[in-house]
Structures are given as structure tokens and as C-alpha cells.
Unconditional design. Structure first.
Length: 158
């Protein structure tokens, strides 16, 4: 696992910096013709988990970017709870991933683009842990454009 310290980053906000790292993961998904969503988990300013969508490659509908990053982070921490950790994800988590964040006890979720069709916020934000702080809209246009352009290209190939 490659650790990155926020202190090594240029003078931008931590949320912008770490969303940039999640966007790198989304681009890896795009290279693999997966829906380009990426996620990272941080603890004390260090990345401890990374993931991007792998649903096509693994033929597993639960292989979302968040699930990959949360599992990697728990392995890195040596336990199943991620208290004090922040999940950064390029798209608002779905109900499954928001529910998983509850069980992992993630302290904070930061996402880029809102998902008005499948995002957990449209149903009930209480699906996350009661102590989880949620911030949306970080680098929103950049995150949304990746997904929009992916589906636009898919439609044009048909």
C-alpha cells in the first residue's frame, strides 16, 4: 500500500486534495471500462485504503469503489471499525455503500457529485452512522463529468 501524507500536498484544502486522489481511482476504473467512480479512505491525513469500481471485472454487483476502499482500510487498520476515518468518493454513495459505512463506523463521508437517482440521500440520510459527518459537492463538476462522459460514450457506441 502506498501511503500519501497530506503534508506533502500543494497548498489546497485537504478535501480537494483527497478528492483528487479518489478521482485518480475513478480514472483507473475508466481505463478498465468500469463506471468511473473512485474512493479512498484516510486516517490522520494518510490514505489507508483505495478502490474503484470492479463490478464488471469481478461480475459482482457489490464491488463498488467504496466497498473496495473500506475493506482495504479495515485491513490496513487491522480491525473492522474505521472510527476517525474519512471516506472520499467521487459519487454520492448508494444505499448499500452508505449502509456499509454505518457498519464500519466511518466518521466522515466526503463525496463529489450528487446522485439524484441512486444516492443514499434521496432515500434517507439516517442510513449512515449517527455520528458520521457528510459533506457533498467537493469537485462536483469534475466528478460528475467523468460519469456523464462515460455513459455518453457508451450510448454513442450502440
Amino acid at each position: 500500500m502506498r501511503y500519501i501524507n497530506f503534508e506533502d500536498a500543494p497548498a489546497i484544502s485537504p478535501d480537494d486534495f483527497f478528492m483528487g486522489e479518489a478521482l485518480k481511482e475513478a480514472r483507473y476504473a475508466l481505463e478498465e471500462d468500469e463506471i468511473p467512480i473512485g474512493a479512498i479512505v484516510t486516517y490522520n491525513g494518510k490514505i489507508i485504503g483505495r478502490g474503484h469500481n470492479l463490478t464488471e471485472r469481478l461480475t459482482d454487483v457489490s464491488a463498488h469503489a467504496e466497498m473496495q476502499a473500506l475493506t482495504a482500510a479495515a485491513n490496513s487498520m487491522g480491525g473492522k471499525y474505521l472510527q476517525g476515518c474519512t471516506l472520499y468518493v467521487t459519487m454520492e454513495p448508494c444505499v448499500m455503500c452508505a449502509g456499509a459505512s454505518y457498519w464500519f463506523q466511518v466518521s466522515r463521508i466526503v463525496f463529489g457529485a450528487y446522485d439524484t437517482k441512486l444516492g443514499f440521500g434521496r432515500l434517507n440520510q439516517k442510513i449512515t452512522h449517527p455520528k458520521t459527518v457528510i459533506t457533498g459537492g467537493i469537485r462536483e463538476n469534475e466528478c460528475a463529468d467523468l460519469v456523464k462522459n462515460f455513459f455518453k460514450a457508451k450510448r454513442n457506441r450502440l
